[in-house]
Design a protein around this ligand. Structure first.
Ligand code: PGA
Length: 245
């Protein structure tokens, strides 16, 4: 399975800064690279290095209509988005996105021919309370309920422990492998063709820890926040993903 490394620019960038970043980005062979950008920049990203996939960071669960401020999956499709992040912990925590809504957004993205990158992960309190797989299982079950077993195998999952996001404190390779294995076992137990599902890790992935994380069992790529805004760092992480056996 070709690894996927997706940059999550979050609410960062400007026309000038994006251009400078894109001018320095060289597509790395042996890995699939994507950038998930703020909506207004989807137009600018029509001009990007060939082979660099495009994605968004959210999508409406609705098809069209009176939903002020929302952006539909069909609109993202018109701009050539292949991927869309759904259920990022920042959206869950700061914008009250419930598990069920995350499932509906994943369904909307798939209905428009895109691949949702569904984020799951526990807070530090939940980890300390021994709730890691209970929380992730609840998050996954909500998506499975909405999309069904067959479609579940066609999405990308991202394990993003909340305590590791933007903190500089990455999960260890051992912790990542344990949870990714747990996710794959959960999928199998629920009838999903788990070996087809790419499971990314996200949370303070940097050039200096990327190789160890990608070498961990069951890690099929990364979702990269801060480091994806620096071309050299993003490419170094992509090279680490391409080189990992
Ligand atoms: P980070 O963010 O790499 O800056 O920790 C990852 C993410 O939130 O997707």
């Amino acid at each position: 399975m070709l690894r996927l490394v997706a940059g999550n620019w979050k609410m960062n960038g400007s026309l000038a800064a994006n251009r400078a970043l894109l001018d320095q980005l060289v597509v790395v062979p042996g890995v699939e690279m994507a950038v998930c950008v703020p909506y207004p920049y989807l137009a600018q990203l029509q001009d990007r290095p060939s082979g660099l996939q495009l994605g968004a960071q959210d999508v409406s669960e609705h098809e069209a209509g009176a939903y002020t401020g929302e952006v539909s999956a069909a609109m993202l499709g018109e701009f050539g988005c292949r991927y869309v992040i759904v259920g990022h912990s920042e959206r869950r925590a700061l914008f009250g996105e419930a598990d069920l809504v995350v499932g509906r957004k994943a369904r909307a993205a798939q209905a428009a021919g895109m691949v949702p990158i569904v984020c799951v992960g526990e807070t530090l309190d939940e980890r300390d309370g021994g709730q890691v797989m209970a929380v992730i299982g609840r998050q996954l079950a909500a998506v499975l309920d909405v999309v069904g077993v067959e479609a579940m195998a066609r999405l990308v999952l991202a394990y993003e422990p909340v305590w590791a996001i933007g903190t500089g404190r990455s999960a260890t390779a051992g912790q990542v492998a344990e949870v990714h294995g747990g996710i794959r076992a959960w999928l199998r137990a629920h009838g999903v063709d788990a070996k087809r599902v790419r499971i990314l890790y996200g949370g303070s992935v940097k050039p200096d820890n990327a190789a160890a994380i990608f070498a961990a069992v069951d890690v099929d790529g990364g979702l990269i926040g801060g480091a994806s805004l620096v071309a050299e760092d993003f490419m170094a992480i992509c090279r680490a993903a391409a080189d990992a056996v």
